[in-house]
Design a binder for this molecule. Structure first.
Ligand SMILES: Nc1ncnc2c1ncn2[C@@H]1O[C@H](COP(=O)(O)OP(=O)(O)OP(=O)(O)O)[C@@H](O)[C@H]1O
Length: 252
């Protein structure tokens, strides 16, 4: 097992004016880890993920991505090879064929001109078809993306991410809009693909059940702080109840 540190946060702090969204967080995530980020609404999960992709500038502290300060990744292109994102709303272009959305994973690498050209003659079509095969959608490569179901569109987003092939993948509530069967299907596939590619995954989740089922480590946040950071096997029901402050009324 590699011990390369992919993400190192040291006293990471983020204020939004007087509101402290992240309060001096310190943690290290190694290559290959599958980390679930949980915690009540407003805990700071999205802010943390957005800081790691450089969308939200941090107020204080250090953030190293693969050993380099995040601010050192000046060009979006270089950061896109390092960090990829899966969003809840998938960010797909509905009227385009599936294969073109998958090829958009190359956008940062190719630049706009070549990517636009790929809409006419799909470049690296094989690469895109291989990614679609891995998510079980190769037969729908030329269908209009918006005609696909929510779960299928999430798979298109995963195929696009495989074409982008970043070392770190961040997902903000990736299954919130899916029914339980589809959510299970997507998380199974996502964690399998990421493990095969030795990528590193950090996912925010509202479902503790999914966090326990698919992830090896759980970082729990509350009020902008780390409430616990443990291997999944060590996360007890009591800790979770305390995290979400569930009253245990009626118990002896
Ligand atoms: N752009 C912003 N301006 C001001 N305050 C913000 C901004 N973004 C987030 N916050 C505040 O920072 C805190 C953390 O928000 P964040 O969205 O990171 O929480 P979260 O854990 O992702 O919540 P949820 O589970 O509801 O998505 C909240 O109190 C929120 O109101």
């Amino acid at each position: 097992m590699s011990s390369k540190n992919m993400i190192e946060a040291k006293n990471l702090t983020k204020h939004f004016e007087r509101k402290i969204a992240l309060s001096s967080l310190s943690f290290t995530i190694k290559q290959g880890e599958l980390v679930a980020l949980i915690g009540p609404s407003g805990a700071g999960k999205t802010t943390l993920l957005n800081s790691i992709i450089g969308l939200v500038p941090i107020s204080e502290g250090d953030l190293l991505i693969d050993g380099q300060p995040l601010i050192g990744y000046k060009k979006g292109k270089v950061l896109a090879k390092k960090v990829g994102v899966i969003r809840q709303q998938f960010d797909l272009i509905g009227p385009l064929a599936v294969i073109h959305n998958v090829l958009a994973g190359k956008l940062a690498e190719w630049g706009t001109l070549k990517s636009l050209f790929s809409l006419l003659v799909p470049h690296e079509k094989e690469l895109a078809m291989k990614a679609l095969e891995r998510v079980g959608l190769h037969e729908k490569a030329y269908e209009i993306t918006s005609h696909l179901s929510g779960g299928e569109q999430q798979r298109v987003a995963m195929a696009r991410l495989m074409v982008q092939n970043p070392e770190i993948i961040l997902a903000d509530e990736p299954v919130a809009s899916l029914d339980p069967a589809r959510a299970d299907d997507i998380l199974t596939m996502l964690t399998k693909l990421i493990t095969e590619e030795k990528q590193t995954l950090i996912t925010s989740l509202h479902s503790v059940e999914y966090a326990r089922k698919y992830f090896t480590r759980i970082i729990a946040m509350k009020n902008g702080e780390i409430f616990f950071d443990l291997p999944t096997a060590q996360v007890t029901d009591d800790l979770l109840a305390e995290l979400y402050q569930i009253k245990s009324g009626g118990m002896v």
